[in-house]
Design a protein around this ligand. Sequence first.
Ligand code: ATP
Ligand code: MG
Ligand code: FE
Length: 349
Amino acid sequence: MLVLGFESSCDETGVALVKVPEQGAPQLLAQALHSQISMHQAYGGVVPELASRDHIRRVLPLTREVLSQAQVSLQDVDVIAYTQGPGLAGALLVGAGVAVALAAALEKPTLGIHHLEGHLLSPFLSADAPEFPFVALLVSGGHTQLMRVTEVGHYEILGETIDDAAGEAFDKSAKLLGLPYPGGPHLAKLALSGDALAFTLPRPLLHSGKPDFSFAGLKTAVLTQVKRLGDSPSDQQKADLAAATQAAIVEVLVKKSMLALKQTGLKRLVVAGGVGANSLLREQLNAACAKRGVRVHYPELSLCTDNGAMIAMAAAMRLQRGVATLQPGQAGAGGFEVRPRWPLDMRVA
Ligand code: ATP
Ligand code: MG
Ligand code: FE
């Protein structure tokens, strides 16, 4: 069985083709991605209307690229998956609209996928794929959650952020330091030449005893330091502040992940989402997990941020386990729905 997947929830247009064998792990045959980052950079963040228009421009050429890479024709595709939510409504509608239209033309079913389920299952695309059950640390631009994952579709949220997401904390702090959008990777790079001990920043909720997070106060603390440095901070001061910010975010993520592992008694951690690409986070999680005999899994670096492969993979894993509600793709089969707001624990098998 072949699954074609579309991702268009925010500022990346992703298309991918995954093969679902009778037995064994699904296999990524081809993928193509277009990031709109350079387009939105001038505005310091994602402009929803521009995002939707660009998805429209990119989605069909990317689809052709994927099919030609895999040497497969559209008629060979069995199921068309797309990100149904959460995300920007107009952006989601592009992927959903194309998927449903293709499905109607081909008379093949569609499958709406939860974007965070895609992130969560993206480590299954790595050579060292995890096994269920595990604790998942989902750290993306819009979400920061710790979950107990017992199987595909069984997601129990153990704790989450009460305000900003970890990626947001990276991005907002980076903006205060004058770095381009999205700031996470830029801040991480600048931090390499900085001394994290040069500034003292808060670790909100570190000792709350629960796997919950709060990052809004950290951003305010960074703002206070930026103001204190005045109009012309030195490159070293900026690097030091970047390092201190990163250290604060990473320490909280690591400590809370260890708490969730302790509370659940699970011995496996799966990290997913854009911030999962951060090398200090990986280094410190590796060390903390090694100490506790916990196995830790990450997505490949290129699959941490949004992509089509994770959507096609999530669809494939659902199909293999028979936990997929397929919509018939027939002309006149009815409308479709996107879900801009959609908690993952509502997405049960
Ligand atoms: P969501 O999935 O919650 O809807 P999103 O799709 O925007 O949000 P992702 O694509 O998973 O989020 O991740 C983007 C985020 O990851 C951005 O905030 C970005 O700054 C951050 N990020 C990417 N690479 C790094 C890195 N190396 N270090 C820190 N942050 C990073
Ligand atoms: Mg993005
Ligand atoms: Fe995402």
